[in-house]
Design a protein around this ligand. Structure first.
Ligand code: PMP
Length: 422
């Protein structure tokens, strides 16, 4: 792709300064300079409807969140080895959103660190090493977490203690997804044991984002959770994607399944862009780890992070964003199903709240190349989304939770235009 000279220069500077491991979105990379609500603006002033970024969950640069962050930064900005109300106020508030069995909150800066900490705690609690994840899961970047993030691809080997199970997809597991998924988890447990590896944890993203969005039927996770517990392992819910109201059914994705996890990892939308993440857990699972190890994370739980995260909770409540996610998400799903009548490439749609996975197919078969053309076509039309799933044929639609019905209408109009042109 021929880039405008300004963008080409930035790409060259990135390659020189950041090295070869970074990847840009889009054939023609986007140079963004400003965000507000559901809108992002490029260097030329063009507006893009953000239908992708779940970190800015309450809207880009929400004034109330920015004000709380700035106010705390101007007063006290240090860490958790001093007594400070901020971390306690936030921890108590966060715990109040969870089932009462989950009694402690610990703070990190990223979701990867939260999952890494969860794994350390699970190893101490169970004496096991074996980890079970879905085939295309992503749980983060640290050495131990990358070892159980198969979506990183063949270039990043899985650990010898890691087993994968299919996504909870009726097409793969049969109509009883709960029984099929539990059977797959049991087979993974059996295989670990056969190799002399004691199971430690089943960890899943409770909406299975990188597998292509699999949220239904609610409740399907329960038998798999029972299976890992019967084998002496723990259940870790990775709520980095579904958490903080995205599913439109309460704050947490696991709740839709009627299960109470042993640990819950949190991140992305927690600080609306400020790096704050964490782990919530049952007190009994950390007894062993707490007796032996000391936990300190320089920036995790710092006063600014906690003030920012508290403001995010305020906005979710004040603006009714969980109900908005449910209601606007339903309108969005209906609209996409309507559009599918005119466009045969829109295959199965899976959606929960404002998280939608739209399969792109040609003659019924997954078509990742076409999905890529749609993503790039929408970018040219001023709308941001991405693609996910094992082969990349699932449109990943995941806007800030302040998305409105009017934004849905605009999205559908532009998608219709792009599909007609392709
Ligand atoms: N878990 C899931 C499900 C994620 O989607 C991500 C990030 N994409 C992570 C963990 C890792 O979070 P972070 O990038 O903050 O380390």
């Amino acid at each position: 792709v021929d880039l405008p000279p300004g963008e080409a220069a930035l790409v060259a500077r990135r390659q020189a300064a950041l090295g070869p491991a970074y990847r840009l979105f889009y054939d023609s990379p986007l140079h963004l300079v400003r965000g507000e609500g559901v809108w992002l603006y490029d260097a030329a002033g063009k507006a893009y409807l953000d239908t992708y970024n779940n970190v800015a969950s309450v809207g880009h640069c929400h004034p109330q969140v920015v004000a709380a962050m700035a106010a705390q930064a101007g007063v006290f900005a240090s860490h958790t080895r001093y007594l400070h109300d901020g971390v306690l106020n936030y921890a108590e508030r966060l715990l109040a959103t969870m089932p009462s069995a989950l009694g402690h909150a610990m703070f990190t800066c990223t979701g990867s660190e939260a999952n890494d900490l969860a794994l350390r705690i699970a190893r101490a609690a169970t004496g096991g090493m074996g980890v079970i994840v879905t085939e295309n899961a992503y749980h983060g970047v640290t050495l131990s977490v990358a070892e159980f993030s198969p979506s990183l691809g063949a270039g990043v080997p899985l650990g010898a203690h890691v087993r994968t199970v299919p996504a909870p997809d009726a097409a793969k597991l049969g109509p009883d997804v709960g029984a099929g998924f539990a059977a797959a988890v049991q087979a993974a447990i059996d295989d670990l044991l056969r190799h002399g590896i004691k199971p430690c944890a089943l960890i899943v993203d409770t909406v299975f984002s990188s597998d292509g969005v699999f949220a239904d039927p609610a409740g399907f996770l329960a038998p798999a959770v029972a299976a890992i517990r019967a084998a002496g392992g723990l259940f870790i819910a990775d709520e980095v994607q579904p958490g903080f109201g995205r599913t439109g059914a309460g704050m947490w994705g696991f709740a839709r399944h009627g299960v109470v996890p042993d640990m819950v990892s949190l991140g992305k939308p927690m600080g609306n862009g400020y790096p704050v993440a964490g782990l919530v857990l049952r007190p009994e699972v950390i007894a062993e780890f707490g007796a032996k190890a000391r936990y300190f994370n320089t920036f995790g739980g710092n006063a600014v992070a906690m003030a920012t995260a508290g403001a995010v909770l305020d906005v979710i409540e004040q603006e009714g964003l969980i109900a908005n996610s449910r209601d606007v998400g339903a309108v969005f799903a209906d609209g996409l199903r309507g559009l599918a009548k005119d466009h045969a490439c829109l295959g199965e749609l899976r959606a929960v709240g404002l998280f939608l996975g739209q399969d792109i197919v040609t003659d019924g078969a997954p078509d990742a190349a076409l999905a890529g053309r749609i993503v790039n076509g929408l970018r040219a039309a001023g709308v941001l989304i991405s693609a996910t799933g094992p082969v990349g044929h699932v449109l990943k639609i995941r806007p800030p939770l302040v998305f409105s019905r009017a934004h849905v209408a605009l999205f559908l109009e532009r998608l219709d235009g792009v599909l007609r042109r392709l």
